[in-house]
Design a protein around this ligand. Structure first.
Ligand SMILES: Nc1nc2c(ncn2[C@@H]2O[C@H](COP(=O)(O)OP(=O)(O)OP(=O)(O)O)[C@@H](O)[C@H]2O)c(=O)[nH]1
Ligand SMILES: [Mg+2]
Ligand SMILES: [Zn+2]
Length: 357
């Protein structure tokens, strides 16, 4: 059984407990359709969310997610629990939910490091890496870039150099075939710290976790065939406690990583832009057509790369569009709320009138 501390419990969470707290703390491992697997001091238990918690949350993102610390009523005989409260999150990894809804999807909570797993090959997708970095920085956890399948790559140094040119982030080439980087990863993974692995399907996240665990505990894709392409092998998130300590969260491959309120993450990932943006003539400069735009000037002078400029603008536009949609849906909710209130008021007066009759 693992101690709370080894599960990531610290003063930040301790300070959220009442003095005479009767509920027990637990950490969400897996979110199932109707219940959760939760790590506790008493081992892994199955728990459900209480009706009160379910109905008091305003959005789905407030319900427990993998990595969350929760407080539960614990029923020892059945090894079951009822989740009464989600503790405040230290960090959270969010994206816009897939589909047309303007909704936040939290896919991991309270992680210390985001391991972005990216296969290293000639067709390395820098734009995708930038997007993942934006999401990682926004979460307030620290990113680490794991360059997987290094056994299949010949020009590793060139790619490392290109990433280093734009980012100040730890880069670890790994291979589960040659074992390159595996010891390095084992070395950096600390007891009681949480690492979430993100990346597209098939990049080798689960294989890597199996390697670090020292046993095949997770299902991995067997052979890569054409009709297997795009098929997700991992279908749920799971928080795994390594035998050597350290907590890893496996994720299903992410097909579409849409941004959710990531302004800070964006400026951190595109550090070179903020320097110029401050010098633009107009405060609300779009850096596209304006006279006196320092970003365009830097682009012309080759101080900013064309590729990064395009990717940056794309993500900025995505965030602006999201903001408009959020305002729209906030206005709609407000309207709905007032409609309900005026309905209630009408009903109240009708009742009063009826009573006086
Ligand atoms: N050559 C090579 N292949 C690898 C390496 N690591 C993983 N693979 C292979 O890549 C395929 C995908 O690995 P998975 O671990 O299932 O990938 P995943 O990221 O967990 O994928 P999803 O669960 O679908 O998100 C498997 O066939 C692995 O054997 C590596 O270092 N080198
Ligand atoms: Mg997997
Ligand atoms: Zn500008």
């Amino acid at each position: 059984m693992t101690s709370l501390k080894n599960l990531g419990w610290d003063d930040f969470f301790q300070s959220q407990l009442k003095t005479n707290e009767t509920l027990i703390p637990g950490r969400i491992s897996t979110e199932n359709k109707t219940n959760y697997f939760v790590h506790t001091e008493f081992g892994e238990i199955i728990a459900e969310v209480s009706g009160r918690l379910f109905f008091s949350t305003e959005s789905k993102s407030e319900l427990p997610k993998t990595g969350d610390w929760v407080l539960l009523d614990y029923f020892e005989d059945e090894k079951k629990g009822i989740i009464q409260k989600v503790l405040e999150r230290k960090t959270k990894l969010s994206r816009k939910a897939a589909g047309s809804k303007t909704e936040e999807q939290v896919f991991a909570a309270n992680v210390d490091y985001v391991m972005i797993v990216h296969p290293i090959d000639e067709s390395f997708n820098y734009n995708k890496l930038d997007r993942q970095l934006v999401v990682a920085y926004q979460s307030k956890a620290e990113p680490i870039v794991v360059l997987s399948k290094s056994d299949l790559c010949e020009n590793i140094d060139d790619i490392l150099q290109s990433i280093n040119d734009n980012h100040n982030v730890q880069l670890i080439p790994t291979s589960t075939v040659t074992n390159e980087g595996i010891d390095k990863l084992k070395e950096i993974i600390e007891i009681g710290k949480t690492y979430v692995l993100i990346g597209s399907s098939g990049v080798g996240k689960s294989t890597l976790i199996n390697k670090l665990f020292g046993k095949d505990i997770l299902k991995t894709q067997e052979v890569r065939s054409i009709d297997n392409k795009g098929k997700h092998t991992t279908t749920h998130r799971e928080l795994i406690v390594l035998p050597t300590g350290g907590l890893l969260i496996d994720n299903p491959g992410i097909r579409e990583l849409q941004l959710w309120n990531s302004e800070d993450g964006l400026s951190q990932t595109f550090g070179e832009f903020s320097e110029y943006e401050d010098q633009c003539k107009y405060k609300d400069c779009t850096h596209t057509v304006e006279n006196g735009c320092a970003v365009l000037f830097a682009l012309e002078n080759g101080e900013i790369s064309q590729k990064r400029y395009e990717n940056y603008l794309k993500m900025r536009k995505e965030l602006e569009y999201l903001e408009t949609k959020q305002n729209d849906s906030a206005a709609m909710n407000k309207k709905k709320k007032w409609k309900n209130i005026s309905k209630e008021i009408k009903r109240y007066y009708k009742d009063v009138k009826d009573q006086n009759r």
